[in-house]
Write a protein that binds this ligand. Sequence first.
Ligand SMILES: Cc1ncc(COP(=O)(O)O)c(C=O)c1O
Length: 314
Amino acid sequence: MTPFVDQVPLRDAARASLMAAIGQTPLVRLTTFEPHAGVEIYAKLESRNPGGSVKDRPALAMILDAERRGRLRRGSGGAPVLLDATSGNTGIAYAMIAAARGHRACLCVPANVTPERLSILRAFGAEVVLTDPMETTDGAIIEARGRHARYPGRYCYLDQYSNDANWRSHYETTAVELFRQTDGGITHFVAGLGTTGTFVGTSRRLRELTPGIVCVAVQPDSPLHDLEGLKHLPTAIVPPIWDPTVADDTLAIATEEALALAERLARDAGLFVGPSSGAALAGCLEIARRTARGVIATIFPDGGDRYLSKGRSR
Ligand SMILES: Cc1ncc(COP(=O)(O)O)c(C=O)c1O
């Protein structure tokens, strides 16, 4: 028996193992989609995190950071309630980790969130505040800010859009994993922009590990898109953690193209992924067309099972 297991009660050991299961996700090669010899395309399957998405990484980092600073304390009576705005995946990650670590969570979510996500949030015991779907995640952000302003002592507002622990989680984990999983051979990194934490944190570290790497951001081509988790930055509240100097290029992807590619990923590669993974692949294909030789790697943020009620599979 390891000293760790000897020293802690079983309940705490079980909690530690849930946190330890976050990250170290598989990287798979998408040979079917490689347009010509010389270019390899890889995707990191973030649906394999215990909460089912890439958001387990920043949620854990932000919660641990708030605990270290004394902003979050365990317990019920009088302990601050974890508060944030989320399009769903961060909420699920918060709710899961909060349940495991003994915190209460209140999550502001646009009312058009898929029923699957809503049910998962509630299964973890989180309080859910539904906001106007027409105002997208921006409406949820305004609601969370308003609650925090009205009751500052009641909530610990993690504000994933401004929280440095968000991008740092990718700087410390996602980037290092990508570097190791490609044997240091990664030449291009492509990722979608939501809070921008994935792209900013991963790109910053990859630039240190692989000088000369090309980092390309992907966003929807219009404000009225259907790519959950992604933001059209020209018309959205720009996240304070966004750093445009990290991006060598930004590609605009149409919803239809992303959905068609997500469908092809299921049928031609056996990968059942969400719409934003289709957008990430669209970005990779655009870069692959422009590149003679290279190793392109991207992030597939979540799985297609979170979107079944949208009835996309024909
Ligand atoms: C499905 C999905 N894709 C992409 C993203 C974007 O990731 P980030 O917020 O790190 O920019 C998110 C973020 O919530 C997401 O839920």
